[in-house]
Write a protein that binds this ligand. Structure first.
Ligand SMILES: C[S@@+](CC[C@H](N)C(=O)[O-])C[C@H]1O[C@@H](n2cnc3c(N)ncnc32)[C@H](O)[C@@H]1O
Length: 288
């Protein structure tokens, strides 16, 4: 059996009882290591689970999945994913390969950023398409996420922006030492994401474009949701550029139309001069 087990968001104790029981009975346990991270890392997880974990990088999962699936028809193998295995990252390819090979599989779910973001007070059914922001380079500055945010806003919907995690493989060391060595991963912060958005807004303003998002749009920065030290900041986009929400992981939400209840919830975490920016919708248009 192949078990895909969600680990939740906060720390090693967030695994479900069902997930823990399943992984303890497995002969091999892989930890997917490139789409998300959990505080304390692999060591903290091994200590709590009482089980050795094999790090599964992108190369192993996408190019050498057969290694993960080896003998999974006669033994139990676990594939651990921070958050939920199907939350903002799909491991459908692994599942399809397992099915092709006649290996039964089971998914054990957990909390995901896709639902935990509701704690900021915005209602989950008022969210539109989720977008991803990547680190820009000198020559690659994609802006398509901005257009999707505008599309969501035109429909009155909020946008969850997931922020890049960059894991860079050092191929030269690879060749020299015959093993994989990674530079420390880079995690995009809310401040960096807000800065990117503002650069796009300014450029489009110069082009005379009608703006779907402005520096005054109310946004929510969230960090380490689910952890004891999680942070939520509600402020106009321009203010989030200078916010420091601390250690990863971070996400940014660009609000759409706000229901009065959402405004009340946002106030809990609003910066003092943000309240004037919170615009209300007529509650008669609210659909529960
Ligand atoms: C590709 S998604 C993977 C999501 C994961 N499978 C889940 O279900 O939550 C990773 C991105 O989600 C966001 N994220 C994940 N966990 C988070 C957390 N606890 N707090 C804030 N943002 C988080 C970050 O932007 C991060 O780069």
């Amino acid at each position: 059996m192949l078990y895909l087990i969600g680990l939740g968001l906060g720390d090693p104790t967030d695994i479900t009882m069902k997930g823990l029981q399943a992984l303890r009975g497995c002969s091999r346990v892989y930890l997917e290591s490139y789409t998300s991270v959990l505080a304390g890392g692999k060591e903290a997880l091994e200590l709590f689970y009482g089980k050795e974990l094999i790090v599964a990088d992108r190369d192993l999962v996408e190019q050498r999945a057969d290694e993960i699936l080896k003998d999974a028809n006669v033994a139990d193998v676990a594939f651990l994913v921070v958050g939920d295995p199907f939350g903002a990252t799909t491991h459908s390819d692994l599942v399809l390969r397992a099915v092709d090979a006649g290996i039964p599989y089971k998914v054990i779910h957990n909390a995901s950023i896709m639902n935990a973001v509701g704690c900021c007070g915005l209602q989950l059914y008022n969210f539109g398409e989720t977008v991803s922001l990547v680190f820009w380079t000198e020559t690659w500055r994609p802006e398509s996420f901005y257009d999707k945010i505008c599309k969501n806003r035109r429909a009155g919907l909020h946008t969850l922006c997931l922020l890049d995690i960059k894991v860079k493989e050092q191929s030269i060391e690879n060749m020299m030492r015959g093993k994989k060595i990674y530079e420390p991963p880079r995690f995009m912060t809310v401040s960096q994401a807000a800065d990117q958005l503002i650069q796009i807004i300014q450029r489009r303003k110069e082009d005379g474009e009608e703006l779907g998002v402005t520096e005054d749009t109310v946004c929510v920065g969230v960090a380490r949701l689910g952890a004891d030290d999680q942070m939520i900041r509600v402020a106009p986009l321009r203010q989030l550029v200078s916010c420091d929400l601390g250690a990863p992981l971070h996400s940014l939400v660009v609000t759409g139309q706000l229901h009065p209840l959402e405004v009340d919830m946002l106030r809990i975490n609003a910066e003092p001069n943000t309240l004037q920016h919170l615009h209300m919708i007529d509650s008669s248009t609210y659909i529960s």
